[in-house]
Design a protein around this ligand. Sequence first.
Ligand code: FES
Ligand code: FE2
Length: 522
Amino acid sequence: MSPAARAAVKTMDDAFEAILKADTNADNIIPAFRRNAPLQPGPALVPVKRYTSRAYHEREKERLWSRVWQMAAHEDDFPNVGDVVPYDIVDKSFVIVRVADDEYKAYYNACLHRGRKLRESRGKSLTELRCPFHGWTWNLDGSLKVVPCAHDYNGLNKEDEALPEVQVGRWGRFIFINPDPEAAPLEDHVGDLASNFEFLPFERRYKSAHVAKVIRANWKVVQEAFMESYHVLMTHPQILTGGANDLCTKYDAFQNYSRAIRCGALEADPMPDWDDLPQDGISRLRHPLTGWIYEDQGDGKVKVTTPRGDSGLFTAFAEWIEGDLKDANPHLCLWVSGEQLKEVRRVNPAENADLMVKAAEKLGEGASAMAINAEMQRQALKAILPEMAESIPDVELFSSIFFTLFPNWHPWGSFNPINYRFRPNGDNHEECIMECMYLTPIPEDGNYEPVREIHWLGADDDWTEAPELGMLAMIFNQDMRNLPYVYDGMKATAREHLRFADYNELKLRHWHQLYGEWVGDE
Ligand code: FES
Ligand SMILES: [Fe+2]
């Protein structure tokens, strides 16, 4: 059947509209949330070679990374004039320099003498850029300042030796660069993305965490695991909030960006009702759909029991040790008995119950679980946003709203601090760098201390080494149980294509349409 002959995509638009109607601050919902832009069916098949082939990586270098706007840094990385941040992408490197209070420039990170990188790490309050090899030195504005033994360079004209620049663009306190001198301005690329952040623009958020990790998989494999919530059913069942079908997310695609709004059940098959688990200090969890109980036994072992009473003992990697039950969910085994966070900010259940009662009382009879959840968060936000808190719509609080700006930046909605960036690990297309930044609301009293450095994790480090990410570190560990194997599977597959869902993978289909336009196929 041709794509045109297929039925229109079934969307969550009407169900989401009903959620907006019930919002306790409906008048303050930004217009962007009422816009529907579903993508019509197709293309659903994407060549596996886009991920696995070196030839595609070379095409990306030539057609994508050397031409596209890319988020390279954040203003919080540059507290002072003269601060310098290198930005590496594939085999290229740039230095971004704060040259004046409100001005940034970006240069190719290479000395014009014999080519040494000018900076391999960040620089603080520099007054010049001096090459560590022989000492050629440039002013922050890129003009050549000093050449040691200048008399030795016959015919060298200082005016011709300014550092070559690349375009810089700024959006929401992020610094973007584009190596293509002919590229249209950043504003054209970003389009109306800002309309989605009207309630709390990025100008009012600061960087409170920045973790980067090397992962053994092509960058697109990893990125795409953070563009849909379809995998929550299998990979993160402990956070299932909606229904047994997980129709919890509304997806839309606009020009160069796409949007997902995950907000609990939109159209739900009811979740089964299970007895409460005992609270006796043992770490244990019930799969919300199957009812299987996962119970930590210490020593990295987990006991799994089904509602019928079958049980088995497994490693944290779901390898069977003993018992009638021979197979278990690997992600829950890992969650319960894998590496745990060293410092966890545990919510006190009694205090939480008290806050819930207060929120429910304030909202009156018949308040929905979503409204109560939103109200609890609103009250918590009062600590930093006393003026704004009462006016925040529920939808900004209870939902996870995540965007993808082509090609590799993923900002989340206003009160969820997550931001992701994915790129190849240098010139190696078989590894990537995944970064998670937290962009937190700037407190109304103006007191905050941004994070200035990147916390690096290697390919074999566990995400729990970054406790500043909180429970997200544990969730990432579950994703890591898939991603290198997704990439291995792509190399092993007998098929030439992957298949994307019409709606749940709408963001991926949209991204690959853009990729087709930028990079194309062989
Ligand atoms: S390579 Fe930079 S001064 Fe020689
Ligand atoms: Fe995930």
